[in-house]
Design a protein around this ligand. Structure first.
Ligand code: PLP
Length: 385
């Protein structure tokens, strides 16, 4: 990926932003700072602004600077999980009576947070198809504070036009929040397309090794919003711990090379599935007949490592494919180096059953890892046989 607007290139930022060698020791890797409190040189005499580790910790500072640099935002904030980040964001920008428009098939946990938790505090919501501008406009009310957009979506890989949705949200005085977990900042930088805040589950591609749960918010130009979110990060306390921060920082350094392999493998898997008799349809934005292909090609620099497909034999057959795969491990989550398979209707999206966000029972989702593609195809072949 090339550099933009005078910034160093993406991979250079991933390895260096916020991660200068330690001034005292020369450590080339940001140290894991475990201290909960920091010595003051006289009352209020803080060294580097550090006082108490919920408020700020040097390892977290490094991660936050790296995240902001990758998304081309002004402020990055790290949290204990993606949902902790989302909760802090919603409780910062909404109040009782506020309304959220939530795009199509949002992540099940996001839908649960908004529909079952935030609703108890008087926050209302309307699901809408973000690809249908009239439907989006119709869903927006005077009290709409947030349009929540995930693109590509989980698990149907629908693609929304971020610039267009930003325009409609802003016309109505609402903020556009983009959950960029699936694409990662390597493939898509929503703040540059008009989004106000980017949300990440760093548990996924940013961490990249299935060994850390974390979340992040990155804010664009809005200094007041950035300040309020930073205030609430400390006041609400759902901060990430230093070991998590350190692991995400380590993951970020290889994000670019991992994503290149993830998407090369996903493209091979998509073509293989498309040609397979036991597969009814394949959802991958890189396929030319995917309904969001053109928008994805315009706003992303690649099509990512996630895909889903419908099994011709129906739900029972889909469950059998999940059980028979071996190299693709049957597990929730995504974005790690190892390939995963799951059944969204019974696993990640079970909480959306009976809601407008319910997903088909014959759908299987793959997080395509960075193993050798031939081995992945062989595993799917035997699982589908
Ligand atoms: C996993 C995920 C989340 C939630 O993040 P956690 O780290 O599990 O709390 C939010 N959005 C998407 C798209 C996700 O995949």
């Amino acid at each position: 990926m090339s550099s933009s607007a005078g910034l160093p290139g993406f991979n250079t930022r991933a390895i260096h932003a916020g991660q200068d060698p330690d001034p005292a020791t020369g450590d080339v890797v940001v140290p894991l700072h475990l201290a909960t409190t920091f010595k003051q040189d006289g009352v209020g005499g803080l060294r580097g602004g550090y006082e108490y580790a919920r408020s700020a910790n040097p390892t977290r500072t490094a991660l936050q600077e790296a995240l902001a640099a990758l998304e081309q935002g002004r402020t990055g904030l790290a949290f204990a999980s993606g949902l902790a980040a989302e909760d802090t964001l919603l409780r910062t920008v909404c109040e009782p009576g506020s309304h959220v428009v939530l795009g199509g098939d949002a992540y099940g946990g996001t839908f649960r947070l908004i529909s079952r938790v935030a609703s108890r505090w008087g926050v209302e919501h309307t699901p809408a198809d973000l690809n249908d501008v009239d439907a989006l406009r119709a869903a927006i009310r005077p009290s709409t504070r947030v349009v929540w957009c995930e693109t590509p979506t989980n698990p149907l890989l629908n693609v929304a036009d971020i610039a267009l949705v930003a325009e409609v949200a802003h016309e109505a005085g609402a903020l556009l929040v983009v959950d960029n977990t699936f694409a990662s900042p390597y493939l898509q930088q929503p703040l540059t397309l008009g989004a106000d805040v980017v949300v990440h589950s760093t548990t996924k591609y940013l961490g990249g090794h299935s060994d850390v749960v974390g979340g992040a918010l990155v804010v664009g130009d809005d200094a007041d919003l950035a300040e309020q979110l930073a205030y609430h990060q400390n006041a609400m306390g759902a901060v990430s711990g230093p070991l998590s921060d350190w692991l995400v920082l380590r993951g970020i350094k290889t994000l670019g090379v991992r994503m290149d392999r993830h998407q090369a493998n996903a493209a091979r898997v998509a073509e293989f599935l498309l040609a397979h008799d036991a597969v009814a349809s394949v959802r991958y934005p890189g396929l030319p007949d995917h309904p969001g292909h053109d928008i994805a090609a315009k706003q992303m620099s690649g099509f990512g490592g996630m895909l889903s497909f419908r099994v011709a034999g129906g739900e029972e057959a889909a469950l059998r494919v999940c059980e028979r795969s071996q190299l693709f491990t049957l597990a929730e989550s995504l974005g790690g180096v190892e390939s995963l398979i799951e059944h969204p209707a019974r696993m990640t999206h079970a909480s959306a059953a009976g809601s407008p966000l319910e997903v088909p029972g014959d759908l299987v989702r793959l997080s395509v890892g960075i193993e050798d593609a031939d081995d992945l195809l062989a595993d799917l072949e035997q699982a589908l046989a």
